[in-house]
Write a protein that binds this ligand. Structure first.
Ligand code: 13P
Length: 284
């Protein structure tokens, strides 16, 4: 069974004023929890896999799990490569069946970023895959990409117009004040900048680093054109905390099928909250 790209999912969100939640998956338990919870809530969803996740899970297994889930579930969902920098890896995984990818060339100067992204867009579109790219640079750490706060910078709306026109990307990840990982203080989103970007760009916009951003702020961003919201840290922490708590209570435990249950329940709660935040329930 062919995996889906993210075009229809995200365009529906754009048309109807909600966002598709994109959860970073780290293991089988995250995949099961995200898919089962979204199926229950009838929410479309994106499962995002960074290079480390793909290496850890094994790309053939990952694709096979998604194909199997498609047979079983009714909601629209897609596997999406998140923050991939290696052009060869992206092409190989698309060739194996993945149909949605973020090429992250945001560390390069504009011209180089455009050239790298354009190359991926041409290859991906020929295979029916969709492409997200980032302009501006988010602080924090996602996977092995670490950006110091002082090196982070926001998306320039004029450059964004040129970037979208010259690359042909399907979705644009914007830097408007969020960061990957935990925040030291409440983030202040630059809504004025987001609004400006929205005025000049009509493709769907993506918000990275949504963990720890108050729901009201994410919802305001959705009202201003964000159609995909990325969440990683807020799933990882409750998963790990639930396991730690389990071992505190049961120091001799050794059965993963037991100690992973509360971890899955903790993640399911977060998935429910984020679906509510994205207003994506009953859209799938
Ligand atoms: P958080 O870990 O801050 O939720 O960021 C997730 C993300 O943007 C993945 O690309």
């Amino acid at each position: 069974m062919k995996l889906k790209n993210t075009k229809e999912l995200i365009l529906d969100a754009q048309k109807n004023g909600y966002a598709v939640p994109a959860f970073n998956i780290h293991n089988l338990e995250t995949i099961q929890t995200v898919l089962e919870t979204c199926e229950k809530l009838k929410s479309p969803v994106i499962l995002a896999a960074t290079p480390s996740t793909v290496d850890y899970a094994n790309r053939e297994y990952l694709i096979a799990i998604m194909q199997q889930a498609m047979e079983k579930l009714t909601i629209p969902f897609a596997l999406h490569l998140d923050h991939f920098e290696n052009v060869g890896d992206i092409k190989a995984i698309i060739a194996e069946g993945c149909r949605s990818v973020m090429i992250d060339a945001s560390k390069h100067p504009l011209e180089e970023n455009i050239a790298i992204v354009k190359d991926i867009v041409e290859f991906a579109h020929a295979c029916g895959a969709t492409v997200e790219a980032e302009l501006g640079k988010l602080g924090g750490q996602e996977d092995n990409i670490k950006v110091d706060e002082k090196d982070a910078f926001f998306t320039n709306p004029d450059e964004a117009v040129e970037f979208v026109e010259r690359t042909g990307i399907d979705t644009l990840a914007v830097a408007i004040g969020t960061a990957h990982g935990l925040y030291k203080k409440e983030p202040k989103l630059d809504f004025e900048r987001l609004n400006k970007i929205r005025q000049v760009i009509d493709i769907p916009l993506v918000l990275h680093g949504a963990s720890g951003v108050p729901s009201m702020a994410v919802q305001k961003a959705i009202d201003l054109g964000i159609c995909k919201v990325n969440i990683a840290t807020e799933l990882k922490i409750p998963f790990s905390s639930a396991i730690k708590d389990y071992f505190t209570e049961h120091p001799d435990a050794s059965d993963p099928r037991k100690y992973l249950i509360p971890a899955k329940e903790a993640m399911a709660k977060v998935v429910e909250e984020k679906v509510k935040m994205c207003k994506s329930a009953q859209r799938g």
